[in-house]
Ligand binder design. Structure first.
Ligand code: B12
Length: 328
């Protein structure tokens, strides 16, 4: 390959700068560029899958070679433009519900898949106007790629001991998306790890899902159990699920890097349940039309009503057990 001339390099730098400025103008909170090269920890993913740590998420084992290498997923890819959106809004005290059931912050507003995808498509269109030779492919959550690993290599943040992607300024209340492209853009430096000796997340996880720093056993993670695990839940894990109805934020709530998170700017992330909770008793009364109308356009619809009511029943059981414990 003919090395790029100094003029070409200059043009690439200016195009990369223009793309980043455009991404921030469009409302993304963070943007960075990573090389479309294989993930450093493909072996870790292989062993993680072989150990059954993905539980019922069989899709994670499919298209393995593509998942660990964006250039295998999108032939001809040279770089990956990674974006992140801050979804953090402060929550109000829960005074109304007598059976509060918590919902993870990322699912309190509108469904992020739709929002981020729309914006990525618009950015990709803009890039192709600027560079007609460019080919692009957008991805948010469901594409067979390792988004956190790419975001780390793009300098957006580091992967913390809770295995979340954490940015030094915003923390981990971030949702990720990518544009894989054939454009050879200059790439950013990976972010360094700022976890240090802290182990707040490891100690706070009630199910011990973070089995070692940076290593999460998804089959014990409350987020997995409430969203991805369709079968019956081990009774001992049920007791440790507390009042989580959908997802779990415990390992992020305790993270010191989330203490100064600036408020999100996109109103579509505004919590539709201002206290971040629903009433578990009411959820048990929901019929399909209540479920459809209350969760219209929400990421919570990934879980069908029977499974949501399974989770609500666990919340009510744990609440009753806690009251019995107190009354002893
Ligand atoms: C499968 C999945 C899950 C699973 C498994 C989680 C996991 N840690 O993998 C479950 C259902 C549990 C889950 C939960 C959540 N998820 Co999720 N999930 C995914 C998905 C689809 C794939 C992730 C994956 O490949 N996991 C495979 C395992 C092996 O990867 P890993 O555990 O991260 O392991 C890496 C590190 O630990 C690191 N590592 C390993 N050893 C070491 C050692 C050292 C020293 C270091 C530095 C690193 C390191 O290397 C590994 C490979 O990169 C991504 C979207 C995508 N396509 O990437 C979204 C994604 C990661 N999830 C996301 C979110 C928002 C969440 C939740 C916060 C939602 C919630 N509140 O309930 C929780 C957070 C739970 C947690 N602590 O991770 C966001 C990212 C948020 C962030 N800032 O990190 C993503 C990117 C979706 C999106 N597009 O925004 N998720």
């Amino acid at each position: 390959m003919v090395p790029a001339s100094p003029i070409d390099r200059l043009l690439e730098y200016s195009l990369a700068r223009q793309i980043k400025d455009r991404a921030l103008e469009m409302g993304f909170s963070l943007v960075g560029i990573a090389p479309a090269q294989p993930a450093a920890r493909r072996q870790y993913l292989k062993e993680w899958l072989d150990q059954g740590r993905a539980g019922e998420m069989a899709y994670l084992a499919k298209r393995f070679e593509e998942r660990v290498d964006p250039a295998a997923y999108f032939p001809g890819a040279a770089t990956v433009i990674c974006v992140a959106m801050n979804y953090y809004y402060p929550l109000e005290e829960d005074t109304s519900s007598s059976h509060p059931a918590r919902v993870a912050r990322y699912a309190l507003g509108n469904d992020y898949h739709q929002m981020i995808k729309e914006r990525l498509f618009a950015l990709a269109d803009w890039i192709r106007q600027k560079a007609p030779e460019a080919q692009t492919r957008c991805g948010v959550d469901t594409a067979p790629i390792m988004e956190k690993d790419l975001a780390m290599r793009a300098g957006i943040g580091w992967i913390g001991k809770n295995s979340c992607l954490i940015n030094p300024r915003i923390g981990s209340w971030l949702l990720l998306g990518e544009i894989i492209t054939t454009l050879a853009l200059p790439t950013d430096e990976p972010e360094t790890d700022h976890c240090g000796t802290c182990r707040a997340c490891i100690d706070a996880c009630p199910t011990g899902a973070i089995t070692a720093p940076y290593e999460l056993d998804a089959t014990r993670c409350i987020s997995y159990l409430t969203i991805e695990h369709r079968g019956p839940i081990d009774p001992s894990l049920q007791k440790q699920m507390g009042n989580w109805l959908y997802g779990c934020d415990i390992c992020q709530d305790v993270c010191p890097h989330n203490r100064k998170t600036p408020c999100a700017t996109d109103p579509r992330f505004l919590p539709r349940f201002r206290s971040g909770t629903l009433d578990a008793e009411q959820v048990m009364q929901w019929d399909t039309s209540a479920y459809q109308s209350i969760l219209r356009g929400s990421a919570m619809k990934r879980v069908k009503l029977p499974m949501l009511q399974r989770n609500a029943r666990i919340v009510l059981n744990n609440e009753r057990a806690a009251q019995d414990e107190q009354s002893k």
